[in-house]
Ligand binder design. Structure first.
Ligand code: SF4
Length: 351
C-alpha cells in the first residue's frame, strides 16, 4: 500500500521521459480512480504536449455528410437496425457549400465523415475530394469507414490527405462482440493500407465499453503506439437508447482523461483532439482534455437542419454549431494561455 504513491510517481516520470511502460504498468495506472494520480497524469501530459506539439490548438471543421450505415455496431446510434434515425445524404453541392463555409472561417482542414454508406461510390467520393482541393485548397481528411484498398488509393490520388479510422478496442473478442460481422484484423489491415498509401492516419478508441478492463485499455495504448498513428481520437462510450447497450453504464470524464493523458505521454507528438463526445459528456470535458494533452478541436459545420440526425450518441443534438463552439473555444484559450494554430496542423517533428 505504502509503495503505491511511489510507484505511480515513478511510472509517470518514466513515461514523461519517453520510456516504454509495460502492459502491466499501464493497466495499473488505468485501474486507479483517485484524483491525485489523475492530476499527476494530466500535469505530466500537459507538459509533454507543450514540449512536443506546442501551445497551438488546431481546428478541423467536420461535415457529417451521410448518416446511413451498413454496419450494426452495438454502441452506435447510427447502426442499421436503429429504425428511429431519420436518415439523410448530402449531395455534392451541399457538401461543397459546407466546406466553403469552413474555408471562409480560416480553418485549414475539413473532415468528411459518414457512416459506412456504399451509396457514395469510389467515383463520387473522388469527385467530392477533387472539387474540395480545386475550389478551396483545404487539407482533406476522410472518415468513411472500411473500404477496399483500391478505394483508399483512388481517394488519395484524388487529393485526400488524411484518414480517420478508430480501432475502437484492441481486444479482438470485444471488437467482434461490439461490431458484429467485423474483425479487428480487418480494421488493422485497413490502417496498414492507409499508411502504405501515404495518408496521415488517425485511429483511437472508446473508454468505458462494457467488458473493457484496464488490461484491454493498456492494449489500446500499446496498439496506438505501435501503429505510430498521426492522430488519436479518444472518447467516452456514451450509451445510446436506440441500441442494445442502452442500459450499460458508459464511460466517464476521469477515465477518459486518464487514457488521453497516457496517450500523450506515450506517443508524444501525435495530434489528439478534445473530442466532441467528451464535450457532450461533461460541460468541462473539452477544456479538461486540452489541459490533459489534447491539441485539436473539431467544430461541427454540418448544416444545422441535419446535425442532430447524426445521432451516434445521445446529446449529439446539443453539440454546438461550429461558430458557437469557436466563440467558446476562443474564451477557453485565453484562460489556458494558448492560441488557435495556423497552417495545416499536421503531425510535427520526427515520429
Ligand atoms: S460506429 Fe461507424 S460503422 Fe459502426 S454503426 Fe456507427 S457509423 Fe456505422
Amino acid at each position: 500500500m505504502s509503495e503505491t504513491p511511489d510507484r505511480i510517481g515513478r511510472l509517470i516520470d518514466a513515461a514523461h521521459r519517453g520510456e516504454d511502460l509495460s502492459r502491466e504498468d499501464l493497466a495499473f495506472l488505468l485501474s486507479l480512480s483517485d484524483e491525485a494520480s489523475l492530476g499527476a497524469l494530466e500535469t505530466a501530459a500537459n507538459s509533454a504536449r507543450r514540449e512536443y506539439v506546442g501551445d497551438a490548438v488546431h481546428l478541423r471543421g467536420i461535415v457529417e455528410f451521410s448518416n446511413f450505415c451498413r454496419q450494426n455496431c452495438l454502441y452506435c446510434g447510427l447502426r442499421r437496425d436503429n429504425r428511429d434515425v431519420v436518415r439523410y445524404r448530402m449531395d455534392e453541392d451541399a457538401v461543397l457549400a459546407a466546406v466553403h463555409g469552413i474555408r471562409d472561417k480560416g480553418i485549414g482542414t475539413v473532415v468528411l465523415q459518414s457512416g459506412e454508406d456504399p451509396a457514395y461510390t469510389r467515383g463520387d467520393l473522388c469527385r467530392i475530394v477533387g472539387r474540395i482541393k480545386d475550389e478551396t485548397g483545404l487539407i482533406v481528411t476522410l472518415s468513411v469507414g472500411e473500404r477496399p484498398r483500391e478505394d483508399y488509393r483512388a481517394f488519395r490520388e484524388a487529393g485526400a490527405d488524411r484518414y480517420l479510422l478508430k480501432h475502437e478496442t484492441a481486444s479482438p473478442d470485444l471488437y467482434r462482440r461490439l461490431r458484429p460481422g467485423c474483425t479487428l484484423e480487418d480494421r488493422l489491415r485497413c490502417l496498414k493500407d492507409l499508411r502504405d498509401l501515404g495518408y496521415e492516419v488517425g485511429t483511437g478508441n472508446m473508454v468505458g465499453l462494457p467488458g473493457q478492463t484496464p488490461e484491454i485499455l493498456a492494449e489500446d495504448l500499446l496498439l496506438m503506439r505501435s501503429l505510430d498513428a498521426d492522430m488519436l481520437g479518444i472518447g467516452p462510450f456514451i450509451p445510446h437508447p436506440g441500441t442494445p447497450l442502452a442500459d450499460e453504464p458508459g464511460g466517464d470524464l476521469a477515465g477518459t482523461l486518464r487514457v488521453l493523458a497516457l496517450a500523450r505521454l506515450l506517443t508524444r507528438n501525435t495530434n489528439i483532439p478534445a473530442t466532441t463526445a467528451l464535450g457532450t459528456l461533461h460541460p468541462e470535458g473539452r477544456i479538461r482534455a486540452l489541459r490533459a494533452g489534447a491539441n485539436v478541436v473539431m467544430p461541427d459545420f454540418t448544416p444545422e437542419s441535419l446535425r442532430a440526425r447524426y445521432d451516434i450518441y445521445p446529446g449529439k443534438a446539443a453539440v454546438p454549431d461550429g461558430d458557437v463552439l469557436l466563440a467558446r473555444l476562443r474564451e477557453d484559450l485565453i484562460l489556458l494561455g494558448r492560441q488557435i494554430g495556423k497552417g495545416p496542423g499536421g503531425r510535427s517533428g520526427p515520429r
